[in-house]
Structures are given as structure tokens and as C-alpha cells.
Design a binder for this molecule. Structure first.
Ligand code: 5GP
Ligand code: ZN
Length: 112
């Protein structure tokens, strides 16, 4: 499958990994939009949030636990943002489920 995040999971494309276990990988975004900008992804190819179901949803909870752990390690005690872009109108460009963990600056709301 021609998926860049699957290629990051299996090592075909290099990445700056900040966390890895049996089910997820976290790595620095290539084009950071904040001082801390980490992508957290399931190793399993799930195309988007829209493909999350009762059978595969456990990894999403695990991703949030990993996000909190990374946020603590990165010293984001003043807060941070976790973002998922889903589908074309949601701004998703890579069709492998991923959560952006961003911090180290003030964010505004609503996002554009
Ligand atoms: P999306 O727009 O789909 O929510 O987010 C995709 C993110 O993946 C973007 O922030 C983009 O900078 C990042 N990205 C795209 N290709 C690569 C890559 O090959 N390596 C890394 N580390 N990040 C990537
Ligand atoms: Zn994939």
C-alpha cells in the first residue's frame, strides 16, 4: 500500500521518533506548526477517524494516554492541543489516522 505513514511504521521512510510500542508510533512532524509538533499514529493502517469502529477503537484511547505522556516529557504543563483532521473538508492530507500533539505556544479557537 502506498501510504507514507505505513512506510514510517515499517522503517522505509525515516522519521524522528519520540515514542514507539507494539501498537503506536509517535514522531516529529516534518513541517512543525508549533515548538512541539508530534504526530501519534496507530501501527495498523486505519484511513481516518471515519474508519474507527468498536473493533479497532482501543488504539485511539491508547494514543491519548501516549499523548499525555509525551506532553509531560516535553514540559507542556501550560497546555497543548490535540488535533485530528478527518477527510478532505477536515483538512486531512495523509490518509492514515493520526493525531497532532502541538504545544509550546498559545493557540486560538476556533481553528481556521
Ligand atoms: P494532516 O494534514 O493529514 O492532518 O497532517 C499530515 C501531517 O503529516 C502534516 O502536518 C505534514 O507536515 C506531516 N507529514 C507529511 N509527510 C510527512 C513525512 O514524510 N514525515 C513526517 N514526519 N511528517 C510528515
Ligand atoms: Zn497507512
Amino acid at each position: 500500500m502506498d501510504c507514507i505513514f505505513c512506510k514510517i511504521v515499517n522503517g522505509e521512510i525515516p522519521s524522528a521518533k519520540v515514542y514507539e510500542d507494539d501498537t503506536v508510533v509517535a514522531f516529529n512532524d516534518l513541517s512543525p506548526q508549533a515548538p512541539v509538533h508530534v504526530l501519534i499514529i496507530p501501527k495498523e493502517h486505519i484511513a481516518s477517524c471515519d474508519e474507527v469502529n468498536e473493533e479497532n477503537c482501543a488504539v485511539v484511547g491508547h494514543i491519548f494516554a501516549v499523548a499525555a505522556k509525551i506532553a509531560k516529557e516535553k514540559g507542556l504543563s501550560n497546555g497543548y492541543r490535540i488535533v485530528n483532521n478527518c477527510g478532505d473538508e477536515g483538512g486531512q492530507t495523509v490518509k492514515h489516522l493520526h493525531f497532532h500533539l502541538m504545544g509550546g505556544r498559545q493557540f486560538t479557537w476556533p481553528a481556521g
